[in-house]
Design a protein around this ligand. Structure first.
Ligand code: SAM
Length: 306
């Protein structure tokens, strides 16, 4: 078997599991909406990973953001907008205060609007452009730019060009505007990620080509912020044991099936996920059968340099 080989199907043409597959555990529940063209399904996200936006988990990054009444804030990768709406409650205490959400996934933006976020648009963070109609809604002239950009659990999905993401954020901020975010950092998902690498490699593919995640160290991200024209004002990397209420297989189905494992058909993807579950069981499942993973949270704030 060659060390690397071409994908069986192009990720562009066949990135997703068939929703009706009966292979392994891949069978979709009736209530579960199909993933959209980006591979995300808001209903599956809400069902499997509501811990991502749970109050205890987002409190540190919201404290760092320290949103003020009247501020205009852009939420980069807002998902279904639970966190955006928390921020919205603060900024809307004064006139002019608004949170705008953006996300690459249409499924997420539809859900975000359904959840009550008024201003939200579909956009890839690598090519961030705020539509004119959004600027028209939020103000005029230089006031139309944002006091702050915020992001939770999204930037590690932006692996193609992390600097382009920062440049996009820079372009929508007021002078001295701030960027505050939390993302997966160095050693995030340790064990599970290497089990995925081993499973994909053993099938003859180079896992680095399909790994969707960018987990930088603090040093790497400081350098990137400075290159992008920001001055870091806070940077931390914090381990967090993250319980997986739906188990590791469901975590993989949500976060890896349509990205890392996009080149595999349903049957093979299910086999890989089962293999990863078995290999990680020793580290990630307690005696009571509860699953957890080690997340490493990279949290930062930075201001636009003058
Ligand atoms: C784990 S969810 C986090 C969502 C939300 N921030 C929250 O805290 O619940 C990651 C989000 O990143 C979005 N995303 C992934 N890649 C993206 C990209 N290149 N541009 C914009 N959004 C992206 C996904 O669509 C998804 O909504």
């Amino acid at each position: 078997m060659p060390a690397t080989r071409s994908p069986r199907t192009s990720p562009r043409t066949s990135p997703h599991a068939s929703p009706n597959s009966t292979a392994g555990h891949v069978k979709r529940e009736e209530s579960e909406e199909l993933p959209d063209s980006t591979g995300w399904s808001a209903s599956l996200y809400n069902k499997t990973a509501s811990f991502v936006y749970s109050s205890p988990f987002v409190a540190p990054v919201l404290d760092l953001l320290n949103a003020q009444p009247g501020e205009k804030i852009l939420d980069v990768g807002c998902g279904s907008a639970e966190v955006s709406l928390d921020i919205q409650r603060v900024v809307s205490q004064q006139s002019g205060g608004v949170v705008v959400g953006m996300d690459a996934s249409e499924s997420m933006i539809v859900k975000a609007k359904g959840n009550g976020l008024k201003h939200a648009f579909v956009c890839d963070a690598h090519d961030l452009i705020v539509p004119d109609e959004i600027y028209a809604w939020i103000g005029n002239g230089s006031d139309a730019r944002f006091d702050a950009a915020f992001s939770n659990a999204t930037l590690h999905w932006c692996k193609r060009d992390p600097l382009a993401v920062l440049q996009g954020v820079k372009s929508v901020l007021k002078p001295e505007g701030r960027f505050v975010a939390e993302m997966g950092g160095f050693m995030n998902c340790i064990g599970v990620r290497s089990a995925l690498y081993a499973a994909v490699r053993s099938r003859g593919y180079d896992p680095a080509l399909y790994d969707p995640w960018y987990f930088p160290s603090m040093e790497d991200y400081v350098k990137l912020l400075v290159t992008g024209g920001f001055e870091p004002t806070h940077m931390s990397l914090t381990p967090r044991i993250t319980p997986l209420p739906a188990g590791l297989f469901e975590w993989l189905r949500l976060f890896a099936r349509n990205s890392f494992l996009r080149i595999f058909d349903d049957a093979e993807a299910a086999k890989i996920m089962e293999e990863v579950v078995e290999n990680c069981r020793v580290d990630c499942q307690d005696a009571g059968g509860n699953w957890a993973m080690t997340y490493m949270r990279l949290r930062f704030s930075a201001v636009l340099k003058k």
